[in-house]
Design a protein around this ligand. Structure first.
Ligand code: PMP
Length: 316
């Protein structure tokens, strides 16, 4: 696996910082056998002018990791403060001077056959790798609603970021891509819009930004909350409610958001162009504010960021 990007990377594994190349599990590991692991995807943004790396919404991600892990019966769990220390130290040890993706994961580490959640050991690993854009953020993407349904809360809860659940996301993404689209829009069992394969969705109708609520089998997205914060700052109304598939077709603007996707404008859904067919002005405005904030250029959003190297130049 040693690509040039990961050859010298340091990981946190089995209680120690060590070369990523040495962070290996046995094939009998429960998480490998059954997908019984939880994880987070966190971005850290490099600001060259300030010589600072900013981890974005670190506490929120670590709290969600604990929540996902609780759902998966992974008690006791490290406290947020302890997890924070590990992530910050890992980023420092890697000495990144570029944008980074950090993935902490709690996994069922017992080496045994037997499908269950209870009475298994849990372990933590954290990896961090250089990372650019995950999907397009500039030209607009073409999406399709897919036949694959979002896992229902009574199946694998979508609000828990469970590794095994990403098989569902992979079905959705491949279905969309192999049919010639860029990304999937996934519906619930009831046929309401849930989210993208790994992104939450926002739809602008008139003066209101609409996003599916917590009861539409979404992951409770952290970028989604950031977008809501920016929308409120701009005085844009936000409604959290169910969205029908056909409502997507008549939206003025649509965008997807997530740690990987950032803010990705959608210009087409199921072969209908959205709004004027280009990137809408509200999406553009939110996107610009978001990128400035995550790169440490907006003092009002300094509370989103954890400076890793502690250059203490602050935001500018
Ligand atoms: N939905 C799913 C299924 C995801 O995997 C992600 C990415 N974590 C999101 C939504 C967006 O969540 P966040 O903004 O917290 O990254």
């Amino acid at each position: 696996m040693a690509s040039s990007e990961t050859r010298n990377a340091i990981a946190y594994f089995e209680g120690e910082f060590r070369p990523l190349a040495d962070a290996k599990v046995n094939v009998m590991t429960h998480a490998f056998l059954y997908g019984t692991a939880t994880f987070e995807g966190i971005r850290a943004y490099w600001n060259a002018d300030q010589g600072e790396l900013y981890a974005l919404k670190l506490n929120e991600h670590l709290e969600r990791l604990r929540a996902s892990s609780k759902i998966l019966m992974m008690d006791p769990l490290p406290e947020v403060a302890e997890l924070r220390k590990i992530v910050v130290e890992l980023l420092r040890q890697n000495g990144f001077k570029e944008d980074v993706y950090v993935r902490p994961s709690v996994y069922k580490s017992t080496e045994a056959i037997g499908v269950r959640l209870h009475e298994l050991k849990n372990s933590l690993y954290v990896i961090a790798i250089p990372f650019g854009n995950y999907i397009d953020v500039e030209s607009g993407i073409r999406c399709a609603t897919v036949a694959t349904r979002r896992t229902a809360d009574l199946a694998i809860p979508a609000r828990a970021k469970v590794v095994g659940n990403y098989v569902n996301s992979a079905f959705s993404k491949s279905e969309a891509m192999l049919n010639g689209h860029d990304e999937a829009i996934v519906l619930t069992e009831a046929g309401k819009v849930s989210e993208g394969s790994a992104e939450n969705l926002f739809l602008l109708r008139g003066d209101t930004l609409i996003t599916p609520g917590m009861n539409d089998d979404i992951l409770e997205g952290i970028t989604r909350s950031a977008v809501i914060e920016i929308a409120r700052e701009f005085g844009i109304k936000v409604a959290e409610r169910s969205i029908d598939r056909s409502e997507l077709y008549i939206g003025d603007e649509i965008f997807l958001c997530g740690t990987g996707a950032q803010i990705s404008p959608v210009i087409e859904v199921d072969h209908r162009s959205i709004g004027s067919g280009g990137i809408g002005p509200v999406t553009k405005r939110i996107q610009e504010r978001y990128f400035a904030a995550v790169q440490g250029r907006v003092p009002e959003y300094a509370h989103w960021l954890t400076p890793i190297y502690g250059t203490k130049k602050g935001v500018a």
